[in-house]
Design a protein around this ligand. Sequence first.
Ligand SMILES: *[C@@H]1O[C@H](CO)[C@@H](O)[C@H](O)[C@H]1NC(C)=O
Ligand SMILES: *[C@@H]1O[C@H](CO)[C@@H](O)[C@H](O)[C@H]1NC(C)=O
Ligand SMILES: *[C@@H]1O[C@H](CO)[C@@H](O)[C@H](O)[C@H]1NC(C)=O
Ligand SMILES: *[C@@H]1O[C@H](CO)[C@@H](O)[C@H](O)[C@H]1NC(C)=O
Ligand SMILES: *[C@@H]1O[C@H](CO)[C@@H](O)[C@H](O)[C@H]1NC(C)=O
Ligand SMILES: *[C@@H]1O[C@H](CO)[C@@H](O)[C@H](O)[C@H]1NC(C)=O
Ligand SMILES: *[C@@H]1O[C@H](CO)[C@@H](O)[C@H](O)[C@H]1NC(C)=O
Length: 634
Amino acid sequence: MSATVLRVFVALLVLCTFLSTVSAGRLENVVKQRGYDARLLKKKDLGAPKPKPNPIYRRASTTSSICTTVTTPNPTAPPSCGGNNCVNAFNKQFTASLDNLESFCSSFTAEPSAVFAPTGTASWAANCLGTSTASSLATAVASKVSSACSCFVPEPTSCPGGDTSGFRFLNDDTKPYQVTSLPEVDFDIGEMYSGLVPIDESDPSRALFFVFQPTDGPPVDEVVIWLNGGPGCSSLEGFFQENGRFIWSWGQYQPTFNPYSWVNLTNVLWVEQPVGTGFAIGNVTATSEEDIAREFADFFLNFQKIFGISNFKIYVTGESYAGRYIPYISAEMLDRNDTTHFNVSGALMYDPCIGSCTYIQEEVTAYPFVEQNNNMIGLNASYLAQLKALDESCGYAAYRDQYLTYPASGIQPPTPDFSDECDINTAATNAAFNINPCFNSYEIVTQCPIPSDPLGFPTDLAFAYPALTPLYFDRADVKAAMHAPTYVDWQECAGPVFVDNDDTSVDSIIKVLPQVIEATNRVLVSNAQLDFVVITNGTLLSIQNMTWNGKLGFEAEPSAPVVITLPDLQYMQVFVDNGYPLGFENPQGTMGVQHFERGLMWAETFLSGHMQPQFQPRSSYRHLQWMLGHIDEL
Ligand SMILES: *[C@@H]1O[C@H](CO)[C@@H](O)[C@H](O)[C@H]1NC(C)=O
Ligand SMILES: *[C@@H]1O[C@H](CO)[C@@H](O)[C@H](O)[C@H]1NC(C)=O
Ligand SMILES: *[C@@H]1O[C@H](CO)[C@@H](O)[C@H](O)[C@H]1NC(C)=O
Ligand SMILES: *[C@@H]1O[C@H](CO)[C@@H](O)[C@H](O)[C@H]1NC(C)=O
Ligand SMILES: *[C@@H]1O[C@H](CO)[C@@H](O)[C@H](O)[C@H]1NC(C)=O
Ligand SMILES: *[C@@H]1O[C@H](CO)[C@@H](O)[C@H](O)[C@H]1NC(C)=O
Ligand SMILES: *[C@@H]1O[C@H](CO)[C@@H](O)[C@H](O)[C@H]1NC(C)=O
């Protein structure tokens, strides 16, 4: 890719999208235009923490149906912390899914008495149900138990009274990073650390900011690194709105427990990087992905020293522009030939910039996207016809005919320069704003009002409701609780992170992504159906120009379904409270398309915008299970 195109591409990403830099100034202007005095808002005394009702998410304990008995057949949870994990998981399965809940309830005849033995599910079921129970029912229950035990992760093991004795990583070195509570999060936050770790131990002026949440489940010797994109966007977005233990997402009035947190399954490390992003400190010196990857690996080594980590499996994950960071960082780690500290075992990337991000992933595939989704976008017929004419005159239609094929038809030419007139993506987005001022390229079904967002970036536009300013991570009390540098003005997307805003590295598909696939054979690339910033067919078109494990592209078009059976753990209580039977909204069903060839798993995710763990957490939970090697298909 030529330097000019790269500059255009970086500039576009920085200027036009999330990507679009939101300066604190711009946010203030937006706030001011809406009649609020941003200065006052910023300085607003937050006062004493408001008393809050108890968590977040209640179980079906208040329902009066006969099925309430289901919550009690809990065979003697050991009194130790956390109880009997498998049994709790079983109970959850029962209260959550349940086509046969009613038959189970109506035949429930005996008090549970037996201690659960994971290997003896049939005898447990007999004990639970009583000897009078038909053996067919006992068998059905036994199979539920087995499936609960295999599908669910164990309960957290936090003890009453904030006992930290189960905290695996807490010691004198890590204590300064421990986070014991967070403003507005009025429940046990579990084991959590955050703060700055220098890139080079001898130079405290350059450091990256991390949040680390060890798994709630059984301890595992692995760490999943999560990176948001931009360039310049903070990974605290992922931590707080996508896959952390608790989330404060769009439209929520307070933080809630996240039942689909990745922390359920593994140790997760969110890092604000590169320098120029979030709370990370230092002067911007990077000119390439190689520079960024080197600094990340150095930081990570220092992080491992502090936390006493070695011989851990490393997985690098994230979204968007991190489609460049992830493979470059993974490749840098692999190149260090040090499996004690850099045992890269897999990678996962959402809606990632892996190829020619602007041309292929945003433009060549834009028109058919608009045409097929126009029932949600609403462009008028004459404008649509105008875009269709451009799609042809700009050469996009012919490009797709030639190269969006399975198997791949050949290596694609280098990205050409393209004129503003051929920027169909921006033209369509601007026209969509006429029809729907709250249109959002990141999730095209977004409608007015703009959802509230404590991080100030709920759509393409920067906006925060006055009650939610300053932005959560810019609050003095939050910075103090998280050991963040108080003098940094935190913004979700800042930057620049490259000198002259120029990322000089070649696209990931050219070398580093193939290298990571070949080294691990556990790489998942996924794109969301409702994302107009990085378009699903654009990502596939980039894959069709990548050679890995000896061949170019996928040989067959992705077609196998992704069927999600994980229960709805977020909203089921609302259904119950409205008189629907428990489990009414389960299972979720066919939520995507999967395809695996030569170490690379492809996943399209239906009804999701760009930030997949935010919009389709159940699908992304499956993706993580696959990357960690727990399952072999999605
Ligand atoms: C994740 O763990 C929590 C307990 O910490 C549990 O409530 C939830 O059901 C688990 N989620 C999944 C998908 O297993
Ligand atoms: C960072 O850049 C500023 C302005 O160019 C300079 O004054 C300062 O010395 C630099 N800091 C370091 C640690 O290099
Ligand atoms: C690296 O991880 C792989 C699994 O991905 C494992 O088989 C191997 O033993 C690990 N190596 C080291 C040195 O920990
Ligand atoms: C890692 O190993 C490769 C191949 O053996 C070698 O070319 C390379 O120089 C090594 N890199 C380091 C940092 O030792
Ligand atoms: C994506 O490409 C496939 C051909 O591979 C085509 O059938 C489909 O309509 C395209 N979808 C969109 C939204 O452009
Ligand atoms: C396709 O791949 C070739 C070979 O790696 C590369 O030279 C070219 O720039 C790529 N084109 C696109 C559009 O990605
Ligand atoms: C159709 O949409 C275009 C682009 O937004 C607009 O300029 C034009 O006025 C619209 N035409 C009609 C008839 O609504």
